[in-house]
Design a protein around this ligand. Structure first.
Ligand code: FE
Length: 220
C-alpha cells in the first residue's frame, strides 16, 4: 500500500467517532458507518457467505476479551512493580505474556515510556498496524490518512486536536508501527494516585493514553 501524504484533507474528520466509540450505543440512531456495516452484514448472511453466529462470536471476543483493558493492566503493573517495568521496557512481548496478554498482532511488541522530557506517540504511516491483543480494535481515526500523515509531520498540532497540550519543553517522539513491530506507550503514573491499587490504576489508563494521543484520566 502506498504511503499517503494527504496534508490538505480535513484533519480528523472522523475524529468524533473514534473518540467516542460507545456514544452510538446510548441512542437508537445508528451512525452512517453502522448502517453500512449492518447492510453489508445482511447481504453476506443472506447470500450464505458468513455465519452470523460466527461473526457475533468474533466481535464479542474483541469487545469483551480483547481490548484496551489488556494494555491497561500492563501499564498498571508497570506502575506498581519496578522489576516488571524494567522487563517490559527491555523486551515487551514476554513481559506482557506474564499477564496473559499477547497473541496475533502482538507478537513483537515494543513499549516506550513517557518521561517529563519525552512524550511518545504511535502511528502507522504505511497502513494501520496496531497491537490488537493489547489495545483491541483500532479507532477509526488511527486508520485515517490525515492522522497517519500528520502525526509524523506536526505531532504537536495533532495532539492539540485531541485536546492534549504538552509542556513546551517536552519533546514528542513518534513511533511508526509495522506489521512486524508494534508499539505501545507506557504513560507516566499521574500524581496523586499513590493510594490507588493496581486495579484502580488500570481504570485510569485509556486507550488513547497507550497510543500517545491522550494521558491517563484521573477522576474520570
Ligand atoms: Fe500498518
Amino acid at each position: 500500500m502506498a504511503q499517503t501524504h494527504d496534508h490538505d484533507a480535513h484533519p480528523h474528520s472522523d475524529h468524533s467517532q473514534g473518540d467516542h466509540p460507545h456514544a452510538a450505543h446510548h441512542g437508537s440512531a445508528l451512525s452512517p458507518m453502522e448502517l453500512r456495516v449492518r447492510a453489508l452484514e445482511s447481504v453476506l448472511v443472506e447470500k450464505g457467505y458468513v455465519d452470523p453466529a460466527a461473526l457475533d462470536a468474533l466481535i464479542e471476543t474483541y469487545e469483551t476479551q480483547v481490548g484496551p483493558h489488556n494494555g491497561a493492566r500492563v501499564v498498571a503493573r508497570a506502575w506498581v512493580d519496578p522489576d516488571f517495568r524494567a522487563r517490559l521496557l527491555a523486551d515487551a512481548t514476554p513481559a506482557m505474556r506474564e499477564l496473559g496478554v499477547g497473541g496475533r498482532g502482538g507478537e513483537h511488541m515494543v513499549v516506550v515510556a513517557n518521561t517529563p522530557e519525552t512524550h511518545n506517540l504511535v502511528v502507522c504511516t504505511l497502513c494501520s498496524c496496531y497491537p490488537w491483543p493489547v489495545l483491541g480494535l483500532p479507532p477509526v481515526w488511527y486508520k485515517s490518512p490525515p492522522y497517519r500523515a500528520r502525526a509524523v509531520i506536526e505531532p504537536r498540532a495533532v495532539l492539540a486536536e485531541f485536546g492534549l497540550t504538552l509542556p513546551a519543553g517536552q519533546r514528542i517522539r513518534v513511533w511508526d508501527s509495522t506489521a512486524e513491530l508494534r508499539y505501545m506507550v507506557l504513560p507516566m503514573r499521574p500524581a496523586g494516585t499513590e493510594a490507588l491499587d493496581e486495579a484502580a490504576l488500570a481504570a485510569l489508563v485509556t486507550r488513547d493514553a497507550m497510543i500517545g494521543t491522550g494521558l491517563p484520566e484521573v477522576g474520570a
